[in-house]
Each structure stands twice: as structure tokens, then as C-alpha cells.
Design a protein around this ligand. Structure first.
Ligand code: TYD
Length: 142
């Protein structure tokens, strides 16, 4: 499966404007426990630069654009988010970095759990070691 997993969200537009609703277990595969958003990031800033052991997230770029680097240890892909109707799923054990923020970028993150510092993997070397350990274990049980 590709490291880039996008969902097209349902846009409800009429002559008053547009609305997008996102429901847990309907528009994304988890219940939403936490919402945070990132804005005012400088174009040269780099955010993220970590993976999570358990957390599942969906990123939606509500305004402007930014670039994601997504890496599951096998595949490493750069991907631009620039639509408020596209959700990018960030699964556990996916290293992600964000950069190239447009000045008007507002990036919304919907998360499956409350903030937990112990769920973060901050070192890329450790992340690669863990993903390789996981694939070796899967090979052994196959
Ligand atoms: P940080 O993890 O550096 O953000 P990013 O992943 O975009 O690089 O978070 C910045 C600060 O915000 C840091 O002090 C932790 C805090 N924070 C919370 O308190 N709650 C949250 O849900 C998140 C994501 C971060």
C-alpha cells in the first residue's frame, strides 16, 4: 500500500458558499480525540520530523499549501497538500515532515488520541531500525 493515502471529502456548496463535514469512523478510519492546527509557519520552516507508534492522523490543508514528506521505511514520497477537500492519512510508523508553507497556509490535523509525548519517535535512525525490525518479524511469522 502506498504511503500516500488520500480521501476526497464531501463538499457541500450552494449559493451561500461551501461546507465540508468530517466525521470520525465515516470520513476517516478512527474517532477524533484531538484537533490542532498550524498556521503562520515560515516557508523555510520544517515541522513534524517524527513518527508515532500508535497515533493516527488526518491532515487537511484548509488554506494555502504546504509540502509533506512521507516515509514508511520502504517508500519516501514528497506530496503537496493544497485543497481543503482532501484529507491525507498519516498512519502510525510513518515518518513525516512538512515544509514549503505558503504564507496563508492553515493546516488542520485530526488525531485519534490526546497529546502523548511518549508516542513520538524523534530520531530517524531509530525509526528506520524499528521499521526494519518490524519487517523482519513479519517475514519470520509468514
Ligand atoms: P511540535 O510537536 O514541535 O509540532 P510539529 O509536529 O508541527 O513540529 O509541537 C509544538 C509544541 O506544541 C510543543 O511544545 C508540543 C505542543 N503540542 C501540544 O501541546 N499539543 C499538541 O497536540 C501538539 C501537536 C503539540
Amino acid at each position: 500500500m502506498s504511503v500516500i493515502r488520500e480521501t476526497q471529502l464531501n463538499l457541500r456548496s450552494d449559493d451561500r458558499g461551501s461546507l465540508v463535514a468530517v466525521e470520525g469512523m465515516v470520513d476517516l478510519p478512527f474517532e477524533i480525540k484531538r484537533v490542532y492546527y498550524i498556521f503562520g509557519s515560515k516557508p523555510a520552516s520544517r515541522r513534524g520530523c517524527h513518527a508515532h507508534y500508535h497515533l493516527r492522523q488526518m491532515a487537511i490543508c484548509l488554506a494555502g499549501s504546504c509540502r509533506f514528506l512521507m516515509d514508511d521505511g520502504d517508500e519516501r514520497v514528497e506530496h503537496v497538500l493544497d485543497r481543503s477537500t482532501t484529507g491525507l492519512l498519516i498512519e502510525p510508523m510513518v515518518w513525516h515532515e512538512m515544509d514549503s508553507f505558503s504564507p496563508d497556509c492553515v493546516l488542520l490535523l485530526l488525531a485519534s488520541a490526546r497529546y502523548d509525548r511518549s508516542d513520538y519517535i524523534h530520531h530517524y535512525d531509530q525509526f528506520i531500525e524499528l521499521t526494519h525490525m518490524k519487517s523482519r518479524t513479519l517475514e519470520l511469522v509468514a
